[in-house]
Structure formats: structure tokens, C-alpha cells
Design a protein around this ligand. Structure first.
Ligand code: A2P
Length: 273
């Protein structure tokens, strides 16, 4: 499994396996087990997804040594509003029941709470139950506020990233600050005919790959760790098989032209949930 090294020194396997919307309790465990069997060693969950227990169960059932699997979970928004961050972390630890968490992220930036929440995250980090801390869906202004505290630099910012919304400004900002970018919804989450785009089909045919593999590879070549979700064992394997080919400059430029400033998921400037 390929890895990237975070600013904490820990290795994060790429790509990761996104578990949002994995349906059914036992089906969820089975899907994660089949992902681990396929070779994934990075699972991305969140308190909000309601499947931390399933993730923990699959990790334990897999028989793979704990230290070989990288597990991310996230702090939900209501907790930031009420300020009971430490308890929420303990609850995630308990549900996962895998000893420690590799990466704990602030799920969304909550207006007026960004720095307060980050200070609470740093306390959790010092407590030792988590190897790295970071954020998700944070804008440059949120990261600037966190960095201005002069404490821990987030190890990761996880964001929506797909060819209609390529996050190029964020990508270069994170690169400059040593923050690893990871991508949720890298395949367009089935909310747009992204994988049917002719540009992608042409590139895929040229390399003998699928459009999903092209999109995932495009992220990898931009230094971003994609977190594709699939409940289907064959597509899980397909989404891992992205290292045997290289997109050339022309391919990358053609994909860059798909940019439309078009999000398929929520806007962090409007977090009402
Ligand atoms: P399924 O779970 O049936 O495979 P994203 O990761 O962007 O959120 O996208 C996940 C969606 O894309 C799911 O609906 C998933 O369906 C589908 N999907 C995952 N991998 C592929 C693939 N290789 N080709 C086509 N669709 C895929």
C-alpha cells in the first residue's frame, strides 16, 4: 500500500476507503471487511456517519494487526456548539474500540467556534488517544485562524474534491503549510454524471482504465489522498488499482478544464446542520 507522510511523521495509506452511507449494520461491516481484504489500509469514518461501531468491528474481525490500519474519525458539529469535545472523543474511542485513533478531524468549521474547537482538539492530542489531529471542510480563512494560534498545525484538511470543484487554491495553500489534503466525494458521489464525462472517457480509453480510476489518479498526482466509497467488492478493487499508469500533462490539463466551481456537497460557508 502506498502512503504519504503527515506532518506528525505518521504514514497515511492512499487511497483511503470512505464509509459514509455504507448501508446496513452487517452489510456495513461486510463492506469494510471486503475493502480490507482488497487491500485498503485506511478507513475514513465520522461520529455523524453512525458507523464507528461497524468500522471497529471490521478492524477487529479482519485479523490485520491494528497498527497496519489507519483509522480516521471526526468530531460532529453539535459538539462544537455545546463545547463537550473531550466527551465526544471518548465516545468515538469507545464505539470504535480499537485502542487508539490515527486521525481525529473537526468535521465542519462552525462560525465563531473554529479556534475554540482547535484548542480543545489540541488537548485531546496531548492526552495521547490520537496520533494526529486535523480538520475537514475548513476554508483558508479558518486555517489562517488556526495557524495564527501558533500551536499545532493541522495534519490534514479533508474536503470535497472532484474535477468540477478541483480545490486548486486550497491544494497549493495546504502544500505550502505542510497540511495533507484528502478528498471526500472524489467520484462525484453519484450526484452528477461525472464519471460519464466524455473528456474522462477519452483519457480512460487511452490508458485502458475506467473513468473512476482516472479521477482518483488525478487526485493522487496532485498530492491529494482520495477517499472513494464503494459497497461493491469489484469497484473497491478497481478504486485501489490506480498506481500502474500515469496521466500525462495533457490529461491533467484536460481534467483541469472541467473545473466549474461546482460543489456537489454542502458549502462550508453555510453550515446550518
Ligand atoms: P457503489 O457503492 O455501489 O460502488 P464517492 O466516493 O465520490 O462518494 O462516490 C461513491 C459513489 O460512487 C457510490 O454510489 C458508489 O457506488 C459509486 N462508485 C464507487 N466506485 C465506483 C466505480 N469505480 N465506478 C463507478 N461508480 C463507483
Amino acid at each position: 500500500m502506498k502512503t504519504v507522510v503527515l506532518n506528525t511523521g505518521y504514514a497515511m495509506p492512499t487511497p483511503g476507503f470512505g464509509v459514509y452511507r455504507l448501508s446496513g449494520e452487517q452489510e456495513g461491516v461486510d463492506a469494510i471487511l471486503s475493502a480490507l481484504e482488497a487491500g485498503y489500509r485506511h478507513l475514513d469514518t465520522a461520529a455523524f456517519y453512525g458507523n464507528e461501531k461497524a468500522v471497529g468491528k471490521a478492524v477487529r474481525q479482519s485479523g490485520i494487526p491494528r497498527e497496519e490500519i489507519f483509522v480516521t474519525t471526526k468530531l460532529w458539529n453539535d459538539v462544537q456548539r455545546t463545547g463537550i469535545v473531550a466527551e465526544a472523543f471518548e465516545k468515538s474511542l469507545e464505539l470504535l474500540d480499537i485502542g487508539y485513533i490515527d486521525l481525529y478531524l473537526v468535521h465542519w468549521p462552525i462560525e465563531g467556534k473554529v479556534t475554540e474547537t482547535w484548542l480543545a482538539m489540541e488537548e485531546i492530542y496531548r492526552s495521547g488517544g490520537v496520533k494526529s489531529i486535523g480538520v475537514s471542510n475548513h476554508r483558508i480563512q479558518d486555517l489562517e485562524a488556526i495557524l495564527a494560534l501558533g500551536g499545532t498545525v493541522p495534519a490534514v484538511n479533508q474536503l470535497e474534491c472532484q474535477p468540477y470543484f478541483s480545490q486548486e487554491e486550497m491544494r497549493s495553500y495546504c502544500e505550502e503549510k505542510g497540511i495533507q489534503m484528502t478528498a471526500w466525494g472524489p467520484l462525484g458521489s453519484n450526484r452528477a454524471p461525472l464519471l460519464e464525462e466524455q473528456v474522462l472517457k477519452g483519457i480512460a480509453a487511452k490508458h485502458g482504465k475506467t473513468t473512476a480510476q482516472v479521477v482518483l489518479r488525478w487526485n493522487v498526482q496532485r498530492g491529494i489522498v482520495p477517499l472513494p466509497k464503494s459497497q461493491n467488492p469489484q469497484r473497491q478493487r478497481e478504486n485501489l488499482d490506480i498506481f500502474g499508469f500515469v496521466l500525462d500533462e495533457g490529461d491533467m490539463a484536460d481534467i483541469a478544464k472541467m473545473e466549474q466551481n461546482r460543489r456537489l456537497g454542502p458549502d462550508p460557508s453555510n453550515v446550518t446542520f
